[in-house]
Design a protein around this ligand. Structure first.
Ligand code: FO1
Length: 308
């Protein structure tokens, strides 16, 4: 049996961790968005790969959503003292990931260094970037074009979001691990984790061949809504969907996945029929490990019911 989860951001990492605990070892592949990646202070930073990795290793900082739990900030204190860039917080433990990844990327691919880092942390699931080629989410705003982290962290999502593009996507090749998971004859379901559909899932779909492979799937695909009562559980998804005139209703969310999903799991607060898509309502807020496993099991059961 094999399950493919597609994830980005903090919500994606939570469900990925729930799926890892709900499934037999080796059954799960998590394909992760790399559109948020950027070069900062000479380091290659991959936030969504790190959120998924830390969540699967049980090292994630739950309050903050990103980074490592029990973190210290001596590096940032000294960086600011020396007049360095202080807007993007790199914890002392998290920094080791960025330094080692940057070092290894001089010799091997992002998939390879991700396998090394997850292996070193004892992670038994496959975590793969959507592509080993660089894809960068650029946000067109009323203040001009901003790299994703500039928009999201440095400017705190304040600029008005007009559009976005994924630089490098047209030349990017789907990663081997992602392609293998999609083609695996043992694949039983595809799960879109509760990530921001525009910021975290759209970049994955922009990699040539991914959207077609998902549309031609032979197994059910289900998505978990990242919204509860029209609000994002975390992050700017609701603001952005509003500024794009898309709204945050389950129907608006389903429209982002047209042709790519067979079912949409929504929160009880948003229960109700959606034209052309099968929905299932649940308590989708993942407050702790137990919730993560419960929601993961509900998503797997939903996919199985759709397979019948
Ligand atoms: N998010 C913030 O809001 N402020 C930060 O200083 C910050 C630092 C950071 C460092 C490493 C990392 O992997 C993620 C970090 N994030 C920070 C979160 C990051 O911007 C988001 O997790 C994703 O890019 C959105 O999905």
């Amino acid at each position: 049996m094999s399950i493919l989860a597609i994830a980005g951001g903090v919500g994606g990492a939570k469900l990925a961790a729930g799926l890892a605990q709900a499934l037999p070892e080796g059954a799960l592949t998590v394909a992760v968005n790399t559109g948020d990646d950027f070069e900062h202070m000479g380091l290659t930073i991959c936030p969504d790969l790190d959120s998924v990795t830390y969540a699967l290793a049980g090292l994630n900082n739950r309050e903050q959503g990103w980074g490592v739990t029990g973190e210290s900030w001596a590096f940032m204190e000294m960086t600011r003292k020396l007049g360095g860039e202080g807007w993007f917080n790199l914890g002392d433990r998290d920094l080791a990931t960025h330094v080692l990844r940057t070092q290894r990327l001089r010799q091997v691919s992002l998939s390879q260094v991700t396998a090394e880092l997850t292996g070193a942390l004892g992670i038994r699931q496959k975590v793969v970037p959507m592509s080993d080629d660089p894809v960068r989410t650029i946000i067109a705003t009323d203040e001009g074009d901003l790299a994703f982290q500039d928009y999201f962290v440095r400017r705190q999502c304040k600029p008005v979001f007009h559009a976005m593009r994924f630089d490098g996507a047209e030349k990017a090749r789907i990663s081997e691990g992602f392609a293998q998971a999609l083609a695996d004859p043992a694949l039983e379901a595809i799960i879109f984790c509760p990530s921001n559909p525009m910021l975290s899932i759209e970049p994955v779909l922009s990699v040539p061949g991914v959207r077609d492979a998902l549309a031609a799937r032979r197994v059910p695909a289900v998505a978990l809504s990242p919204f509860i009562a029209g609000q994002a559980v975390k992050g700017p998804a609701a603001k952005i969907m509003g500024e794009l005139g898309l709204g945050t209703t389950p129907a608006a969310l389903a429209a982002c996945y047209t042709g790519l999903i067979d079912g949409l799991m929504v929160d009880k607060a948003d229960d109700g029929p959606i034209e052309g898509i099968i929905t299932r309502a649940s308590d989708t807020l993942m407050r702790d490990d137990a919730d993560q496993i419960r929601v993961a099991r509900e998503m797997l059961a939903f996919a199985q019911d759709l397979a019948r």
